[in-house]
Write a protein that binds this ligand. Sequence first.
Ligand code: AR6
Length: 171
Amino acid sequence: MSRIETHVGDITRLTVDAIVNAANSSLLGGGGVDGAIHRAAGPDLLRECRLLNGCKTGDAKITAGYDLPARHVIHTVGPVWHGGTEGEPGLLASCYESSLRLAAANNCRTVAFPAISTGIYGYPTGLAAETAVGTIRNTLEELPDIETVTLVAFDDAAHAYLLKALERKED
Ligand code: AR6
């Protein structure tokens, strides 16, 4: 049985142990999924984020989920797409790996990810889906306590890329 699932819709509605936020290095909020998570969590989330001293690209930090159904938010900072020659794939893989390791270290068994970097940061959706699926598969081998990872697509087009990536790697 695969431990990776997909879901189409709004990540802020999911009842999981942790949702991952596609943040920026300030961790002080922004647009896209970051804005949606801060709106749904309420102002206490920003209060806790102010104490974290930001986050480097490819790293992750954890907070409580406040008014969200999710118990925690894991904030990670994806790379801005510059054409793929500035280490973007490695940095994106590092977002997924760091977030999963942080989830496991905080006893989170169910984790949901948005498509990190594929909105405002311009990472091509298909390439990002391949990196997400490959990295999650590899990392889960070392994290037996994580039961389910949900990859959240905001629309059907993004979902199709996720399904393609999941199919391709499932040999
Ligand atoms: N639920 C699930 N996915 C969503 C939601 C949602 N509620 N809202 C948007 N998406 P983006 P990035 C999808 O731009 O590219 C912020 O300002 C969206 O369709 O949120 O990593 C931060 O502060 C896309 O597929 O994140 C940073 O400055 C994916 O989430 C910057 O944007 C990611 O799009 C980060 O840019």
